[in-house]
Design a protein around this ligand. Structure first.
Ligand code: CP
Length: 319
């Protein structure tokens, strides 16, 4: 089944600005469904979607499941630890066995960069990347774009800085590709040990000091320090990191304007972001989570073909 996005959603690097705008515009009416008392429309009734998670997740897995259920799809969750993957079955064999049970879509999170593309080239079902290694996390990038657009309007010329562990961050890559396609100016800020060697090839401005980044930016997207991916000593200590690069209220109060604060979660409070910032008046972190469901509903709907009869059902219908 193919729609305006093609067969799969593997990364924002693959999408045009028009396709990204289409997803964001489609997400807007889907937001309303989650505000209803009965949060369900029959849009994807009869479709079967498998959520295949080979890595831990709270937000993304639950958000996809809510999105699928609110569109009336049948969903099955498969965790690697409780599946036959733990007995040595390959990714493709697992997916082909699921396809033999007549599924329509696979949502996959995997620790290996490229695993969703590898799968998409080998199965007929639509494949959605829910985060692969250090490569991309396209639905996180899209929900960040929607949240920024909700607060800043058109993103053309807007200045967005991504702060922290860019080296290990699939969220950073999806944000950079998406923001640049929508015309925003993008910067990164962090210790050089946590920026990719070829960071300038990404077309971003680089700040070595958080104070300079705060002075330049209209919004900060603060990344989690991915301690589980750090075998080498990338930073002297968490305390030192917070002292030099932490997003603190003291630093934000010295800025000449209010900044919007985003974080993809999960947060290391007191490390990359202080609690009074995360819970403060300029934080849109929980708005990001709410938007995640609508963005994922839009992606599922568009990959299912985005047919006009389905759109009508989404606007008016209830199950
Ligand atoms: N932002 C994000 O991907 O969070 P989870 O790891 O909890 O899904």
């Amino acid at each position: 089944m193919t729609g305006p996005l093609g067969k799969d959603l593997l990364g924002l690097a693959d999408l045009s600005a028009e396709q990204i705008r289409l997803i964001l515009d489609t997400a807007v009416p889907f937001k309303e469904i989650s505000e209803r008392q009965i949060k369900k429309v029959p849009t994807l009734r009869g479709m079967t979607i498998v959520n295949l998670f080979f890595e831990n997740s709270t937000r993304t897995r639950v958000s996809f499941e809510f999105a699928e259920k609110r569109l009336s799809a049948d969903t099955v969750n498969v965790a690697a630890s409780t599946s036959s993957v733990s007995k040595g079955e390959t990714l493709v064999d697992t997916a082909r066995n699921l396809e033999a049970m007549r599924i329509d879509m696979v949502v996959i999170r995997h620790p290996a960069s490229g695993a969703p593309r590898f799968l998409a080239e080998r199965i007929d079902s639509n494949v959605i990347n829910a985060g692969d290694g250090t490569h991309e996390h396209p639905t996180q990038g899209l929900l960040d774009l929607l949240t920024l657009r909700d607060h800043l309007g058109d993103l053309t010329g807007r200045r967005i800085c991504i702060v922290g562990d860019v080296l290990h961050s699939r969220v950073a890559r999806s944000n950079i590709y998406g923001l640049q396609k929508l015309g925003a100016e993008v910067a990164v800020c962090g210790p050089r040990s946590l920026l990719p060697n070829a960071v300038h090839e990404l077309g971003v401005q680089v700040f070595d000091r958080i104070e300079a980044a705060i002075e330049w930016a209209e919004a900060l997207n603060v990344l989690r320090l991915q301690l589980e991916r750090m075998q080498a000593g990338y930073i002297p200590s968490l305390r030192e990191y917070n002292r030099v690069f932490g997003v603190t209220s003291a630093r934000l109060e010295r800025a000449s304007r209010d900044l919007l604060i985003l974080h993809p979660g999960p947060m290391n409070r007191g490390v990359e972001i202080d609690s009074d910032v995360a819970d403060g008046p300029h934080s849109v972190i929980l708005h990001q989570v709410t938007n995640g469901v609508a963005v994922r509903m839009a992606v599922l709907y568009l990959l299912a073909g985005g047919r006009p009869d389905l759109a009508d059902a989404a606007k008016g219908g209830r199950s």
